[in-house]
Design a protein around this ligand. Sequence first.
Ligand code: GLN
Length: 253
Amino acid sequence: MAVVGVLALQGSFNEHIAVLRRLGVKGVEIKKPEQLDNVASLIIPGGESTTMAKLAQYHNLFPALREFVKMGKPVWGTCAGLIFLANKATGQKIGGQELIGGLDCTVHRNFFGSQIQSFETELSVPELASKEGGPETFRGVFIRAPAILEVGPEVQVLADYTVPTNKVLDSNSAVEMREEKNWSEEKVIVAVRQGNLLATAFHPELTADSRWHSYFLKMASNVLEEASSSIVAVGGVDLSLNKQPKNDLPIFQ
Ligand code: GLN
């Protein structure tokens, strides 16, 4: 059975583990750097990125997380997890906050405004539907959500969202961004993939639709397969890590 690590410092890690369980996959809580050695892929959940960053610093997790991303291991960041993966984050209170990086994009931390401006919407998800079947749309749950404003050439856009004019006017962040960057587009990016990295601005773990989770699992096994075949070719270390875990890890039941 595949084992997926879920960063379990704060936020919706239990919900991710529950979806993985529904798909027959064990989600392993990651709270310490050495626990990353036991998993081949990782989900970074949504929550509160400042709190999560403080806890990650306290547990000295950043170097190990950066190494995990750099080694090409599959990582999926949802919401606050997306903020962590972004190479550049803007917006209120982001200054000085430590990030993991690796995903070539600029993310605006609280793009849609505060908690009360949280919303749900049907997103068009052609790539997800073509790989996983099912409807062409996905229910996006946006909770004090970030948005991706710019992506690099290696980044594949999997979903975007046309911001209604009233939302732009309601959101201080959006207005601030518009003024700062002369941003006039009404479309923002809310799901992307870049090689081993997947990121969504919304919360698929809070819906009954498990297609993003199964998309990530397939993506992860393809990435790991490619990595281990190229590594075998050069006679290096086995990246697949589908071995026995080194020690017992808490598994959410
Ligand atoms: N914008 C939030 C933050 O900065 C993230 C919100 C979420 O993960 N639901 O932490």
